[in-house]
Design a protein around this ligand. Sequence first.
Ligand SMILES: Cc1cc2nc3c(=O)[nH]c(=O)nc-3n(C[C@H](O)[C@H](O)[C@H](O)COP(=O)(O)OP(=O)(O)OC[C@H]3O[C@@H](n4cnc5c(N)ncnc54)[C@H](O)[C@@H]3O)c2cc1C
Length: 256
Amino acid sequence: MNFELTEEQRLIQDTAKRFAAEEIAPTLDAEESRHEFRADRVAKMGSLGFFSCAVPEEFGGSGMGFAESVLMAEQIAKVSASWRLPFNMQNLGPALTVSKFGTAAQKAKYVPGWVAGTQLGFFAMTESNTGSDVSSMKTHAIDKGDHWEVHGTKMWISQAHVGDAGLLYAYTDKTQGNKGMTAFIIEPKNMPGCTARAIETKLGLKCAPTGEFAFDGMKVPKENVLGKPGDGFRGLCRGRSGRCRRGAGPGHPVCQ
Ligand SMILES: Cc1cc2nc3c(=O)[nH]c(=O)nc-3n(C[C@H](O)[C@H](O)[C@H](O)COP(=O)(O)OP(=O)(O)OC[C@H]3O[C@@H](n4cnc5c(N)ncnc54)[C@H](O)[C@@H]3O)c2cc1C
């Protein structure tokens, strides 16, 4: 097997290296000390195609792949661990998931903005008592006929309080266990019943915005369910290939 980088991959690596050195490093210390997040920098990265690797071309991506994405992430993280977070969130967060599991309308509405860096994304799973064991989450959504009503809280969510649109995971039928978890595309600034605030006490990664959500009857339109109700955990577990990320494949008890 040949592990040499192709010429295109070297070019991508160099572009990220140069960006980190010229656009992040010079002001990084001051920004870290002020806990300053730069949405304009995300937009600049987007305009240079930084978030396009894993997304098909029809939605603004380049469809290059994960290896190219990792090459860029390495160069950014070498200069700033903080800036690796927005990079990965815009690149491999909701954009990747919606381009894989979304309807044509959801893909067209949301994915290009995440890829361009003009719409800040997030991926909300963690709660105060729910970390690695995602299935223990308490946030739930009630079917109200023409919409879903969400109750609960999320915490440690990257880009929560600055986010424009992203993914929320909640139970819609707890009696079904993991098969009762659903993913929703939410727009915190446009959906009453959602409040978001920053967590400002982190020991590091201070330029990377981390926040929490509280949902008090947030109304989510029915068309904002990603996949079908009950598909949420399956989507979390599966990668772009559609195979189970845990390697168990079609026989995995959770994924089927
Ligand atoms: C800066 C930052 C950004 C974040 N961004 C997001 C985000 O965007 N979205 C989101 O949903 N969450 C986010 N998180 C939360 C993150 O995903 C959780 O911290 C993570 O899932 C681990 O959960 P926990 O902290 O509760 O640790 P725990 O789940 O309590 O785990 C603690 C330790 O125990 C180990 N452990 C846990 N279970 C087992 C087991 N069964 N066997 C052996 N070892 C085990 C873990 O590996 C870990 O070392 C963020 C966190 C931080 C700090």
